[in-house]
Design a protein around this ligand. Structure first.
Ligand SMILES: Cc1ncc(COP(=O)(O)O)c(C=O)c1O
Ligand SMILES: N[C@@H](CCCC[NH3+])C(=O)O
Length: 439
């Protein structure tokens, strides 16, 4: 078992995070419970920023809030001097409600609605990452109606397809996102944006995938982006102010994962951008990245209470917890793997191999297959590690399970930052059936 950040085992054999006993947190706030190690998030944010500072380049590290969006995490991102990537009106609303500086917000998405774009313009957000021709039309209309020029990046698909541990070249990019670099779409988008007074073209954005462990895909993406920028510079005199190479930096969920340090991604990105800018005789643009998972993933731990046990003789033992695919859909959706421990007996000797089942009415609702644990009894607490990214943000109310609370811990202090949903919350938008009027 690998303890991340400030996690340790205290004298009672309990898991402690941020100087706070997790068993006490479970008793106070109930389970399932998401716990975030704030010091670890700060450390990750600083590592990214300092890596750029060491190179002496202008850069923005934008937290991709899709990984975990809530007022408190957005405020923490602001405190740490990050920028923010939002991908919907809801994420934008959260950011604005949290008081995040609008000029440091970047708005993504492959189908932003007119209302979402109007909201972004009204609040003067930093830039819109324009994804498609329909969106360019909407922005143009909105800009005309409010007499504004809108800062945009063009999202391009570079024909680099990144997989978890691998990347392959695709001649023809098959993606719902962005303007294809290879088939003329990106050129057409560039011409339209340059021809219209509605836009201020800052530069180009691309994002090659998520949970990537190698730097080669980023290098290749940078090369493809600069090849296009060089063309646009030569033919139209365009000088990009910004190149955004997205997020996707991998983290360690289990011992099968072997991520490189965040600094290694930054080093390779900066070096390649410098090399390319020089080769294309372009001034060095500001470099933007958008990490989500690598800022918050391993800072999150979910605590469950163990309930029922079912033996299938000679096959396996199922241990059920009080959450599941409703608070962590990643195992069901991607076959994602996690490590876990009994939070109230962390270093108890493993005595059996069990499989951790969620409580949703789906056979596929399994959190972990075949994990060695000390004998788990009803009422024990299970800690599942590295649930900080795409856990709460993809949580749902399947089977009408209320979404768990979220607690931040730091320096021995715990703060509730998202309340647990109640049954009343679950039916708050339900309306009763209309009574039929008898004739
Ligand atoms: C455009 C964009 N930027 C940033 C991210 C963040 O990715 P990750 O959480 O893997 O760093 C994503 C998600 O994959 C994305 O689609
Ligand atoms: N939600 C995914 C990653 C998608 C990232 C957003 N483009 C995950 O949990 O791994």
């Amino acid at each position: 078992m690998f303890l991340h950040g400030t996690s340790r085992v205290n004298e009672q054999g309990h898991l402690e995070i941020g100087g706070v006993d997790v068993v006490e947190l479970a008793k106070t706030y109930g389970t399932p419970l998401y716990i975030y190690d704030v010091a670890l998030i700060r450390a990750r944010a600083r590592a990214f920023k300092e890596a750029f500072q060491r190179h002496g380049v202008r850069a923005q590290v934008a937290y991709a809030s899709k990984a975990f969006s809530a007022v408190a995490i957005v405020q923490l991102a602001a405190e740490e001097g990050l920028s923010l990537d939002v991908v919907s009106g809801g994420e934008l609303y959260t950011a604005l409600a949290a008081g995040f500086p609008p000029e440091r917000i970047h708005f993504h998405g492959n189908n932003k609605s007119r209302d979402e774009l109007a909201m972004a313009l009204e609040h003067g957000i930093g830039c819109i990452v324009a994804d498609n021709f329909y969106e360019l039309e909407l922005i143009e209309e909105l800009a005309a109606s409010c007499g504004r020029t809108v800062p945009v990046l063009l999202r391009v698909t570079p024909g680099v397809e990144a997989h978890t541990h691998d990347y392959i070249l695709t001649g023809q990019e098959d993606s719902k996102f962005g303007f294809d670099l290879n088939n003329g779409q990106a050129d057409e988008a560039f011409r339209r944006v340059m021809a219209s007074a509605a836009f201020q073209l800052l530069g180009v954005h691309c994002h090659i995938g998520s949970q990537i462990f190698e730097t080669a895909g980023f290098v290749l993406a940078a090369q493809k982006v600069f090849a296009k920028l060089a063309e646009w510079n030569k033919e139209h005199g365009f000088v990009p102010a910004v190149v955004n190479l997205g997020g996707g930096f991998g983290i360690r969920y289990t011992e099968e994962d072997d991520p490189i340090p965040v600094t290694a991604y930054v080093d390779c990105i900066v070096e390649e951008v410098k090399r390319q800018a020089e080769a294309c005789r372009l001034p060095l643009p500001e470099i933007w990245i958008e990490p989500g998972r690598s800022l918050v993933g391993d800072a999150g731990t979910t605590i469950y209470t163990i309930g029922s046990r079912k033996e299938v003789p000679n096959v396996r033992t199922y241990i059920a917890v009080d959450g599941g695919m409703s608070d962590n859909i990643r195992p069901a959706l991607y076959g994602a793997k996690y490590e876990a421990a009994l939070a109230n007996r962390v270093f108890g000797e493993p005595t059996e191999v069990v499989s951790i089942a969620g409580k949703c009415c789906e056979s596929g609702d399994m959190l972990i297959w075949d994990i060695a644990l000390p004998e788990a009894k009803p009422g024990d607490y299970l800690a599942v590690f590295c649930t900080g990214a795409y856990g709460y943000s993809m949580a749902n109310n399947y089977n009408r399970l209320p979404r768990p609370a979220v607690v931040f811990v730091e320096n021995g202090d715990a703060q509730l930052v998202v309340k647990r949903e109640t049954y009343e919350d679950l039916i708050q938008y339900d309306l009763p059936l209309k009574t039929k009027v008898k004739k």
